[in-house]
Structures are given as C-alpha cells and as structure tokens.
Design a protein around this ligand. Structure first.
Ligand SMILES: [Zn+2]
Length: 479
C-alpha cells in the first residue's frame, strides 16, 4: 500500500502547490492593482469629464502618457503621424506584450452620471458612451501592475502600452499598424467595457466607410428650377440605388448612411450635398466588393442627375481574428478574479437606470457572474481587427455598465462615470495583468499563439489596410 499512499500524498502536494501559485498570483495582482486604484480611477473620471472626440484627445492622451512616464515607462509621442497616439514601454529585453488603450468619446452624447437622462453642457457636447475613458485608464493600470511584477521578480520582458486614438470611426490603430508599430510585438491584450463579464473567442465585422460629395448648380427653386441641378438629388438617387441593392447582397452584410449635408433652404436648389456611408461584412474581401458597388451607385446617381460626385474613404477595419491559446488564458483569469458586487447605493442606482430600458438583455445581478466561454460574432467593427491579423490578440469584456445597457447610449455614459464603471475597469485591469504575467511565466504560449495565428491567416496573407494610403483624418470630427 506504500506506493499508493505516496502517490496520493504527492498528488495532494502538487494540488496544494498549484493552488498556492494561483492564489499567490491573484493576491499579488490584487495588491498592485489595489495600490493604484485611486490614481487610475481619477484618470478615468478626468477623461470622462474631458469627453474629447477622435484625434482631438489632447488632454486624455496626456493624462495617460504622463501617468506612465511617472511610473518609469519610456514614452514615444505622436506616433504614426497622429498627435494623440503614443506608446509607453517598460523593460529592454525579452518578449513584448502590448496592451491597447483607447480614450475617444462619441459626439452628441453629453450626459451627467445621474441614473436618468440628463444632458449636460460640456465643452465638446460628447460623452463616453463606449466607455473608452475606462478602457485607456484600466489598460495603463494593468501595464503598471505588470511592470511592478517584472521588477519584483527580476524577469526579462517588455510591457508596452499603446495609446490608440479615434477608435470610433477614425481607425487610429490601423494607421499605427500600417506604420509597422506592431512588428516586434509578441502578444496583444485588450478589453472593452460592457454590461456583462466575458472573455469569448470573438469575431467581428470588417468595415469601410466613405463620404460622397455631390456638386450641382444652385438656382431659384421656384423661379428658375430648370437652370439648377440639385446635389441633393444626387444623394437621394444614390441612396435609392443602395437601398435596392440590399436585396442582392449576402445576408450578413450591413450598410448604413447619414446625410451630412443636404442644402440650406428649400427655395434654393442645393449645389452641395454629402452622404456618409458604412459597409460591413465578416469578410474583408466582401467589404471591398460592397464598397465598390456603393461607389457605382454614386457614379450612376451623379450621371442621372447631371451633378458631379467625388468620394473620400474615411476609415476601414479588418474583422477581429480570435486567438484561442491566449483567449483561454484570459478567460481563466477572468474566472479567477470573478464578477462584480454592487454596494447598496450602486444597487439602487442600477435599479433606477434599469427602469429606463426597453428590452434589457440581462438582469441586475448578472454582473456578479462570468459568462461561460464560447465563440461569438459581433456585427459591429473595431480597429483592433487589423492588429489581430498581425499579432496574436485576445480580449476581455467587463461589466462597467448596469446590466441591460446598450453601448453608445446615455445610460452607458452615466454609469461609466460612477463607481460601477470603475469596478468594471478594475476587473479588466486585474484580468489583463494576470494574463500578461501568465505569458511571461510560460513563454511557450507565445509560440503556440503564433502558430495559431499563422494557421488562421494562411500562407498567402499579406496585410493591406482597407483604408489604402490615406493620411489619418485628423479633422474628421471637426465640422
Ligand atoms: Zn468602443
């Protein structure tokens, strides 16, 4: 019986060792994240207050780069020709793990942090309806925690924070990818605010957008309409054709537009009109095809209305490519750090906001749990997509918003500006820091993650940005 007893003892011993290692890592990450909580919560809330739009995030970008510089990171400012894009790195040898951080707000969504609709008059009229104030702050927070771990354990490794502006329609990361800024990176980690906690193997739609400008001839709309040619007719004819096209595109496609210029007075034939289009599909090649068909509709519309048309590609993102080797690590770390518990006040706040939802997809209390691992697809798009085709990339989503909240809503702005938002950010920071540490500890993960990336992209893949060679549209949010 001796060998059996020995065997069982050894088994128990190794279980205890593994348990201690896990609880040790969790405790050390908890400590260092806890130590910096006040600092990074303040930064997040300041970025929330600033609510700066894409490529105009001067103060927000500075808050993050200053905080990282103070922690001993080397800052590289204004990268890829974008004043608000930067990288911050700690360490000089070993593998490079990158953490992405966004910080742009959305136009027209200024809102206080009250649990009811309360439009405020801030400088920009914008609001953090996608939680990017938390995104940037928690990613920098995680980077600092990883840096401390590398230092304490004397481990060779480089942790690099990417300050990535203008995610919302500006494709900031695509210009950084096109510039080759991810070439020496081994693994990319990122996260996104949400109303649930999950770390799924996730894909997304690829997209491409363009502004179509029609020019005509103005004339008195009643006195001499025969002398005029309406630019707005051009836009309307184009929209009509694209709307008919919807019947003849693959099921998963998405096409949407807004008329951004349509004339100023009904009694003047408009000589200038503009329509802003997005097309999306899970496959980049299909996005290119759809976009070309939209351009054909625009050309046809100009021909038929005797107007002229020019267009400008505004942005374009690859689909998100999952990497299950890293994604599963991210999931197990999210499980280890667990869900989010509300205080009595937060619970009251959540209930008040919950009453404003029409068809909430989750219930209050679900923030305490972690959704089971699965593969999923998002019909939206992100500029993390391009990065994920170049470097093995994994993400996590945490409940920074009251369950049932949709992104890009006033409710998301509101709870993102409270302790509820901060709790979600803290969970994200812990999960990302633990995942980075796991990878530094077991670098065979990098090898398998790269092999997975290679098999997903295929032999012949060559990166070519969907937005072509256009320069960053630094003024796309300026009117
Ligand atoms: Zn977002």
């Amino acid at each position: 019986m001796g060998w059996k007893k020995n065997f069982i003892q050894r088994k128990i011993f190794s279980f205890v060792v593994i348990f201690l290692l896990i609880s040790n890592l969790s405790a050390s990450v908890d400590n260092s994240i806890g130590k910096h909580k006040e600092h990074f919560s303040n930064i997040a809330l300041q970025i929330w207050d600033n609510a700066e739009l894409g490529y105009q995030e001067i103060e927000s970008s500075k808050l993050l780069s200053d905080a990282l510089a103070k922690e001993g990171f080397t800052i590289n400012k204004s990268v890829a020709g974008i004043p608000t894009a930067f990288t911050a790195e700690y360490g000089s040898k070993g593998p490079v793990i990158a953490i992405l951080g966004e910080f742009d707000a959305l136009p027209g969504l200024a809102q206080s942090n009250s649990p009811f609709k309360d439009v405020i008059n801030n400088k920009t009229g914008a609001g953090h309806a996608c939680g990017h104030h938390l995104f940037g702050a928690a990613s920098a927070w995680a980077a600092v925690s990883v840096k401390e771990w590398l230092e304490e354990n004397n481990i060779e490794g480089r942790i690099r924070f990417y300050g990535t502006p203008a995610e919302e329609g500006g494709s900031g990361k695509v210009y950084m990818a096109r510039e080759g800024l991810f070439e020496d990176v081994d693994i990319v980690l990122h996260w996104h605010p949400d109303d649930v906690n999950s770390a799924n193997s996730k894909t997304s739609n690829s997209n491409k957008s363009g502004k179509f400008t029609f020019k005509g001839i103005s004339a008195h709309a009643a006195g001499s309409p025969e002398l005029g040619r309406s630019a707005l007719d051009g836009v309307e004819a184009m929209n009509m054709m694209v709307n008919m096209m919807r019947e003849h595109v693959p099921q998963e496609s998405r096409m949407h537009y807004v008329i951004t210029k349509g004339g100023l007075a009904p009694n003047v034939v408009p000589d200038l009109a503009e329509v802003y289009y997005y097309v999306r599909h899970p496959k980049m090649q299909m996005v290119e095809e759809l976009f070309e068909r939209v351009v054909k509709a625009a050309n046809g519309a100009a021909e038929g209305t005797e107007t002229t048309m020019t267009y400008e590609v505004m942005h374009g993102n690859y689909s998100l490519l999952p990497n299950d080797v890293i994604q599963k690590k991210m999931y197990s770390n999210l499980k280890m750090h667990g869900g989010i518990t509300y205080s009595a006040t937060e619970n009251e706040y959540a209930k008040t906001i919950y009453k404003t939802f029409i068809k909430p997809s989750s219930v209050i209390g679900s923030q305490e749990t972690v959704s089971p691992f699965k593969t999923s697809h998002s019909y939206g798009s992100t500029d993390v997509g391009d990065v994920s085709w170049l470097v093995p990339t994994a993400g996590v989503r945490t409940a920074t918003w009251v369950p049932g909240t949709a992104s890009h809503s006033w409710q998301a702005v509101a709870s993102g500006g409270t302790s509820i938002g901060i709790k979600g950010a803290e969970l994200a920071a812990k999960t990302i820091a633990s995942t980075a540490i796991d990878i530094f500890k077991d670098q065979s993960l990098i090898v398998s993650a790269k092999a997975e990336l290679q098999s997903r992209i295929g032999e012949d893949f060559e990166y070519k940005a969907l937005l072509g060679d256009r320069k960053p549209p630094l003024d796309y949010r300026k009117n």
